[in-house]
Design a binder for this molecule. Structure first.
Ligand code: FE2
Length: 390
């Protein structure tokens, strides 16, 4: 594995990113559809000052998801019944970089019609003087039509946890944290607890609870932070998202870096754990103790995991475009894995609230070559099915 070198210095530049002048029009556009794509600003793109936005769309099934925003937005905040939007498809990737392979993964995400993306860190690598700007250029031009100047055909929002390579996170003006915070405003995502500049932050979008934590320890601890954000949360589906791993929680080359406490806290609160960092793909079976990888014998089917208080699974979907790493055979052979893979870039997709059942979800990992590797073809399945109980 080639080691990578962090640039010791980088120069923030004024990005001119987001104009709040555009926010109203774009917020309307986001709220006007519960579908994947956000269509063009009805004013023809760009400025809307002094114009009245069109009326909000008629109520849809997603209308129950919002009671706070006056603009017809139906995407944000806790939902009365805890459900996500019906058929809410979320893509999970990590370790993207900003090059051609990342763009291929984003194009896969467009083809698969994901509603939004959760990224488990490591967006920026190498020696670029403006790494955050480079990454935003790549992602905005593929999946963020709402961004002024974007060449994208659709808008698919993205939510990010910080990785160890994301040293430009706190840069002034065009840092990753500031840029991500501004984009949440553009998309009309209501504030949750904290924001991307804080590194530990949580929010609900389209009914999915997401808790992001930093890649290094914080005060209060990250384990305490996830507890604080999950313990009174009533959303049916919850995701804990971070960049790093434990040796036993990834099949790539990464060693113990997170500590088990935060995994156990997420499990006790019935939250799925999303990791990055290893540049491989893996998904555990249902676990009732993370630190020794105890599989739930009542729910041991690798393609039918269960999630609820005290049980969950963790995954690491981090072949998002930077590079791929070899499997660590001794770990990958362990019996608690439902799926392990490396070789091509790709993304894990999970669709929540399927078949009219808010507590049913379906997942699959697909490569940029449009091959589903989880579940494998030999399983006879095209998705794995997740059940939330209670
Ligand atoms: Fe990393």
């Amino acid at each position: 594995m080639s080691s990578r070198h962090e640039p010791s210095r980088w120069v923030p530049v004024v990005s001119g990113v987001l104009g709040t002048l555009f926010v109203c029009a774009v917020v309307w556009a986001c709220g006007a559809s519960s579908e994947v794509s956000v269509e063009a600003d009805p004013d023809g793109g760009g400025g809307t000052s002094g114009r009245n936005p069109p009326p909000p769309p008629p109520p849809t099934d997603a209308a129950v998801f919002d009671s706070a925003t006056p603009d017809g937005d139906t995407d944000g905040g806790p939902t009365p019944n805890g459900a996500t939007a019906p058929n809410l498809k979320v893509a999970f990737i990590g370790d993207t970089g900003s090059g051609a392979d990342f763009k291929s993964v984003l194009q896969l995400i467009v083809r698969e019609k994901a509603d939004f993306v959760m990224i488990q860190g490591d967006l920026t690598y190498g020696f670029s003087l403006t790494p955050a700007a480079d990454w935003f250029t790549a992602v905005d031009n593929e999946i963020n039509k709402a961004q002024p100047g974007s060449t994208a055909a659709v808008t698919i929002p993205f939510f990010v946890s910080k990785g160890n390579h994301d040293i430009s996170w706190g840069g002034l003006g065009d840092g990753l944290g500031q840029g991500l915070k501004a984009r949440l405003v553009t998309w009309g995502v209501p504030a949750g607890n904290g924001d991307p500049t804080k590194k530990n932050y949580s929010l609900v979008y389209k009914g999915l609870k997401m808790v992001m934590v930093d890649e290094t320890e914080t005060n209060p601890t990250r384990a305490d932070y996830v507890n604080s954000q999950l313990q009174n949360d009533t959303q049916i589906w919850k995701i804990c998202s971070w960049h790093k791993n434990m040796r036993a929680s990834n099949v790539g080359p990464k060693n113990d870096e997170m500590g088990w406490a935060i995994y156990e806290n997420c499990r006790n609160q019935g939250a799925i754990v999303a990791q990055g960092h290893s540049h491989t793909y893996s998904r555990s079976k249902t676990l009732i103790k993370d630190s020794d990888q105890t599989v739930d014998t009542a729910c041991a089917d690798p393609f039918a995991p269960c999630v609820g208080p005290g049980k969950h699974f963790f995954f690491d979907s981090s072949i998002g475009g930077e590079d791929t790493r070899s499997l660590e055979a001794s770990v990958a052979a362990a019996p608690y894995w439902a799926s392990t893979y490396t070789g091509s870039f790709g993304a894990l997709f999970i669709t929540f609230n399927v078949d009219g059942n808010p507590k049913k979800a379906e997942g699959y990992f697909k490569t940029v070559g449009d091959v589903v590797v989880d579940p494998p073809a030999g399983s006879g399945k095209t998705t794995f099915t997740i059940t939330k109980t209670p």
